[in-house]
Design a protein around this ligand. Structure first.
Ligand code: DX5
Ligand code: ZN
Length: 229
């Protein structure tokens, strides 16, 4: 088990994304989490494929693109072409999730499925063997800076168990309200990819904040794996 930190640029200075990304990379960022919002699935509107292409030119680590849009099937190809290494789609908007997951993988991109806080774990039952990762929303999607929903750790644990039973080592990613104070808890529950926006970019020193969050996450890992780094 490893733990990877994925800073969410949603809370970064949009006029200086390259600088923000470089700072988190110096601090040990493993991925860059890119939040795509369409003003329909969620109230907010953010960025599209042209910005992802621009980020791809400056980021040294892979781009993890989280699609919070009502019709992801129309756009996954464009985000793959723009340079996404990972694309996640919400189960709530996809009646043909199996087809969408297969399509993302056919583009050479890792396919993730995302569950809103109110979406039950059981929706993963049939798709578990096919996904490359599962993203657990620990806030209602749409905005950065919201408070972590405490039930999320139990949900992470349940999803880890479901994946294990399906014979899958796909990692669980967690997104929303993660801080130095609660990251250990979600890692101990089984999260291996940690998204953090405001905890990294709001304090003014994204490099140091990334480093601190990674250290705190490893402390959580040590509680489940005593010999982990
Ligand atoms: C929320 C987004 C998150 C957001 C997290 O809809 O999916 O990725 O940036 O921000 P924080 O870490 O501030 O909750
Ligand atoms: Zn996100």
């Amino acid at each position: 088990m490893t733990v990877r930190i994925a800073p969410s640029i949603l809370s970064a200075d949009f006029a200086a994304l390259g600088t923000g990304i470089a700072a988190t990379e110096r601090g040990g960022a493993d991925l860059i989490h890119v939040d795509v919002m369409d003003g329909h699935f969620v109230p907010n509107i953010t960025i599209g494929p042209p910005v992802v292409s621009a980020l791809k030119r400056v980021a040294k680590v892979p781009l993890d693109v989280h699609l919070m849009i009502t019709d992801p099937d129309r756009y996954v190809e464009a985000f793959a072409a723009a340079g996404a290494s990972m694309i996640s789609v919400h189960v709530e908007v996809l009646p043909h999730l199996h087809r969408t997951v297969a399509f993302i993988k056919s583009l050479g991109v890792q396919a993730g499925v995302v569950l809103n806080p109110s979406t039950p774990v059981v929706v993963l039952e049939e798709i578990a063997p096919d996904v490359d990762f599962v993203l657990v929303m620990s806030v209602n999607p749409g905005f950065g800076g919201q408070a972590y929903i405490p039930r999320s750790a139990d949900k992470i644990r349940a999803i880890r168990g479901l994946l294990d039973r399906a014979g899958s080592r796909a990692p669980v990613e967690v997104d929303g309200g993660i801080t130095e104070a609660n990251v250990g808890l979600v890692v101990a529950a089984g999260a291996e990819i940690i998204v953090a926006g405001s905890a990294i970019f709001a304090a003014g020193d994204p490099e140091a904040a990334t480093r601190r969050l990674k250290a705190a996450a490893r402390t959580g890992l040590a509680t489940v794996l005593p010999h982990a780094e």
